[in-house]
Design a protein around this ligand. Structure first.
Ligand SMILES: NC(=O)C1=CN([C@@H]2O[C@H](COP(=O)(O)OP(=O)(O)OC[C@H]3O[C@@H](n4cnc5c(N)ncnc54)[C@H](OP(=O)(O)O)[C@@H]3O)[C@@H](O)[C@H]2O)C=CC1
Ligand SMILES: CC(C)CCC[C@@H](C)[C@H]1CC[C@H]2C3=C(CC[C@]12C)[C@@]1(C)CCC(=O)C[C@@H]1CC3
Length: 345
């Protein structure tokens, strides 16, 4: 059985620690007695026990300062998937991750835990109970996914037991929870603009939505089991709530919890996908003249209308992972955490 690392004697760094997942991770690490250095392009809070280093992860000198005396690094920084800035994704997720790896090695960091994404195998078509041995998407649906694939490959390839530099990748899916700036706010904004009346497709597609505390739990288990003699070195792990749910049931539960009506009318998937593609093309062609961002992007339509749920048996076996918060409780806690987004009518 794997021996637990004694956290109290450990100092770790969280790259992207000001973000949604990063901050939850920092809070749990502090609870477990770690002292934490946060490296992020912005500082969004202050906490006792946390030292902030503000900088761009592509800047090696800035990173080296943050990694001094650190033996464990979590890398959970990325540009938002809502962006379609190819150059930014390539710079941060690919070149930046190379810089993170080099800086870790130069600083004597022994363990690197990457936040990857289960979407690295998603091509816009159904993934049912997908395991980690599925091939990477040959045609990734966007630059975010394309660069997350390259990022994961780089980190896993860098694992070197001889040199004492161990790496592992966590692949969460559809993270949600208090302070998420993405899923619930976008959903509510769409509902407030009267655009959440329709279900794309027949509404039976199953999807994983993963509560942020379960994702954090997976990261910490991986970090504490990452030793030269463990089977997890250089491998990716799916971390989900292990309770796939119909995409539209999940959206409806959140909407109803916040006082909005659930979507009711069905629209054919191919029609909506075609329209989303057309709108996206128009937004690109017209970008020199006007700037508009369609709500229903091809990527969101694909995510809303297909099955994408993943098997986390490998994490259960190798990491001893089981979700710590059920989907029912997670939805209730999430809804409660957004009083300002409740329907006022
Ligand atoms: N949310 C989800 O559903 C899923 C997320 N993931 C992965 O989880 C990780 C965390 O995601 P999440 O917490 O949602 O995202 P956030 O955007 O909330 O957090 C990412 C943080 O990284 C920062 N950052 C971006 N670029 C740089 C840079 N060049 N140098 C330093 N810091 C930078 C961001 O700053 P700023 O906000 O200013 O850009 C932000 O503070 C990401 O790697 C993402 O790919 C994987 C699966 C699902
Ligand atoms: C307008 C509605 C049809 C949809 C609103 C909700 C969406 C904003 C979210 C539903 C699934 C989410 C998701 C992600 C972002 C937010 C959603 C599209 C990711 C792309 C985030 C980054 C990842 O690595 C994969 C996620 C898949 C699910």
């Amino acid at each position: 059985m794997a021996t637990r690392v004694r956290p109290s004697s450990k100092r770790c760094a969280v790259i992207g620690g000001s973000g949604f997942l990063g901050r939850h991770l920092v809070e749990k690490l502090l609870d477990r007695g770690y002292s934490v250095s946060v490296f992020d392009i912005r500082q969004s809070y202050e906490l006792p026990g946390v030292t902030f280093y503000q900088g761009d992860l592509c800047d090696k000198q800035a990173l080296l300062a943050a990694l001094k005396d650190v033996s464990l690094v979590f890398h959970c920084a990325s540009p938002s998937p809502a962006s379609d800035d190819r150059a930014l994704f390539e710079r941060v997720n690919i070149q930046g991750t190379q810089t993170v790896i080099q800086s870790c090695i130069e600083s004597g960091v022994q363990r690197l835990v990457l936040t990857s994404s289960a979407s690295v195998v998603f091509e816009g078509t159904d993934v049912k109970n997908g395991r980690e041995d599925l091939p990477y998407a040959k045609k990734p649906i966007d630059y975010y996914t394309k660069t997350k694939i390259e990022q994961e490959k780089l980190v896993l390839k860098a694992c070197d037991k001889q040199k004492g530099f161990l790496t592992v990748a966590i692949r969460p899916h559809g993270i949600f929870g208090p302070r998420d700036p993405q899923l619930v706010p976008i959903l509510v904004d769409t509902a407030r603009r009267g655009k959440m009346k329709f279900i794309i497709g027949d509404g039976t597609n199953l999807v994983d939505f993963t509560f942020v505390e379960n994702v954090v739990h997976g990261h910490i288990l991986a970090a504490e089991r990452l030793r030269a003699d463990s089977p997890i070195c250089g491998k990716p792990y799916h971390i989900t709530n292990d309770e796939p749910i119909r995409f539209w049931d999940f959206m409806s539960q959140v909407l109803v919890g916040l006082g909005y009506p659930p979507p009711r009318y069905h629209l054919p998937y191919s029609l909506v996908y075609g329209l989303a593609l057309l709108l996206w093309l128009l937004s690109v062609l017209l970008s020199p003249l006007i700037s508009f961002k369609p709500t229903f992007t091809p990527m969101r339509v694909a995510l809303a209308g297909t099955h994408h749920y993943y098997n986390c048996k490998r994490a259960k076996e190798d990491l001893g992972y089981t979700p710590v918060v059920s989907l029912k409780d997670a939805i209730a806690r999430t809804v409660e955490s957004y009083p300002h987004l409740r329907c006022e009518a």
